[in-house]
Write a protein that binds this ligand. Structure first.
Ligand SMILES: [Zn+2]
Length: 275
């Protein structure tokens, strides 16, 4: 059974990841992970890009155009496609994911913990405070993995984005937040790999030096992606830029799912052809 853990580090730009995530960069140097630069879709804003990442469709198609577009997605998405194929799904994520793939609006009193085998995201722990610590978020995710053995799980820490808005994308605080995620990943990644997961680590958008994102600058748009998978030849491919529209279909390939009609054939250097 093919399994994927999708780590979405909110607001992490490529430059900061490549300079400060020493554990991830070690895995690349040791030929245990592959590394890419991804160009985000526009606008470089969270909710639209969550939908891009989960559906492989641009905003012009999915119409999730802003953080204020509070409604359920109408697109075929990785959670529903997995669940339909009998792959168990889970998420430890910001509440926007509950609104996009379960129901909107989100109510903290009833929606923070979710368990329903008939829904697209079958088991989830959602947070709604942007300062929710990574230490707790990764333990939430690991608990979901231990308890439910999902074949597809989203792990979505917010702290890099939260710190970036306060101190700016080039700040020492922002760099330290990226290093903090790297440290936490170093505690979980070997275990997850041993359990048979492919792991994708990427971001939705980056962060400008002025502490904002939404536009077209490299700091806002160019984001990292690392892949640890037996289905991808580990190497440094960061000299090329990957379109963010290729990530959802990449997940389908890693899970052995057919692409939706709106997804494009993923062009990911190192990805083995389907067998
Ligand atoms: Zn943000």
């Amino acid at each position: 059974m093919k399994k994927v853990i999708f780590v979405l580090i909110d607001g992490l730009n490529a430059e900061t990841a490549f300079r400060h995530m020493g554990f991830m960069e070690h895995l690349v140097e040791a030929h245990a992970a592959s590394k890419y630069v991804v160009r985000s879709e526009l606008p470089s804003v969270s909710r639209p890009l969550y939908e891009v990442l989960m559906t492989g469709t641009p905003v012009s198609v999915n119409r999730i155009s802003s953080n204020e577009t509070i409604r359920k997605s109408t697109q075929k998405n990785l959670f529903q496609m997995s669940a339909d194929a009998g792959i168990a799904t889970a998420a430890a994520a910001y509440y926007f994911f509950s609104e996009l793939y379960l129901h909107a609006p989100f109510h903290p009193l009833t929606d923070r913990f979710h368990s329903d085998s008939a829904s697209a995201i079958q088991n989830a722990m959602f947070y709604y405070d942007d300062s929710y610590p990574n230490s707790h978020l990764f333990l939430d995710a690991d608990e979901l993995i231990i308890r439910h053995h999902p074949g597809f799980i989203l792990v979505h820490p917010m702290s890099v984005d939260y710190i970036g808005h306060q101190f700016g994308g080039g700040s020492g605080e922002y760099c330290k937040a990226a290093f903090n995620v790297d440290c936490i990943l170093s505690r979980f990644l070997f275990k997850w790999i041993e359990e048979g997961y492919s792991v994708i680590i990427t971001a939705d958008h980056g962060m400008g030096k002025d502490g904002i994102h939404g536009g077209t600058s490299a700091e806002e748009r160019m984001i990292p992606m690392y892949i640890l998978s037996g289905q991808v030849d580990a190497a440094d491919y960061s000299g090329q830029t990957v379109s963010q529209l290729h990530i959802a279909p990449l997940v389908c390939k890693l899970l052995g799912l057919p692409l939706s009609e709106h997804m494009i054939e993923p062009k990911i250097p190192g990805l083995h052809p389907a067998v």
